[in-house]
Design a protein around this ligand. Structure first.
Ligand code: ZN
Length: 268
């Protein structure tokens, strides 16, 4: 019998490595939430970290899960949500990246991530990385086969303080090769003069630092972008819903210009 590594890694009662929501939703948008959780499998003993460290932004994108779930509802869009901390393995970093299984993050040494063998790294990928991305790939394959237009949108939050600096942006759009979505969403969000909207700030997308947008979006030539919301603006459910509403409205504004209806088929 082939052993399933997930059974060895996750005890009964622990949540699955990822969840998928609203897969048959009608929206052209497909949503990803790579950093939704700060959960660590029991087997890894909190990665040797005190609980206070796992509450920090180094372990997850604080507040973003509520935004992602609400946005999926508002748009009627499929959503994939990673179930474990990015310190276990980062679902938005290439496996070859030093940040894939971070040994340190924002000054904190991650004890359980020091000096892992190739086998240990491969096991974490087999349980927490590949199944998540395989499920995303399967849905995108299916939509492609059905000729359904798709816009890939990845949702994140960022810490308001980094390296001793206070970050001014309320929200930022990050994009790289595909320029259909990011700039259009920036323009839509800037219609609210109270919002400070970053253009590839505080982060941009790159092949070295990102996985979801380059691999699932750009390689398929899908319109795609990543949003980052400042985490102190997502402290409770009402504020998470407010941001989900903002993003839903901005996406609805830009979608018609991005996903032009297919030309009518001419009978021969
Ligand atoms: Zn993130």
């Amino acid at each position: 019998m082939t052993e399933n590594p997930t059974d060895r890694w996750l005890a009964p009662g622990e949540p699955p490595p990822f969840t998928q929501h609203n897969l048959t939703g009608a929206s052209p948008c497909v949503l990803l939430c790579d950093h939704a959780s700060n959960r660590v499998p029991q087997r890894l003993n909190a990665l040797g970290l005190p609980a206070s460290e796992l509450e920090r932004h180094i372990a997850w994108d604080i507040g973003i899960r509520g935004v992602a779930l609400q946005l999926s509802q508002l748009l009627d869009a499929p959503l994939f949500v990673s179930g474990y901390s990015r310190l276990v393995i980062d679902c938005n970093r290439p496996l070859s990246s030093p940040g894939s299984i971070a040994e340190t993050s924002d000054g904190t040494v991650i004890a359980a991530n020091q000096g892992l063998t190739a086998q240990e790294r491969a096991e974490r990928a087999a349980v927490f990385f590949h199944p998540y991305h395989d499920a995303i790939r399967a849905l995108l394959d299916q939509r492609q086969a059905e000729g359904r237009p798709t816009l890939l949108f990845s949702v994140h939050s960022f810490t308001d303080q980094f390296g001793g600096q206070r970050r001014p942006w309320h929200v930022g759009l990050a994009y790289h090769r595909d320029r259909r979505v990011g700039p259009a969403l920036i323009e839509a969000l800037r219609r609210d003069p109270a919002l400070c909207v970053g253009d590839n700030e505080p982060y941009a997308v790159s092949d070295a630092s990102d996985y979801a947008i380059p691999v699932h979006g750009e390689r398929r030539e899908l319109p795609c972008a990543l949003v980052e919301i400042r985490q102190d603006l997502l402290a409770d459910e009402p504020s998470q819903h407010l941001w989900a509403g903002r993003l839903a409205e901005a996406l609805r504004t830009v979608l018609p210009g991005i996903l032009l209806p297919a030309a009518p088929r001419i009978a021969s």
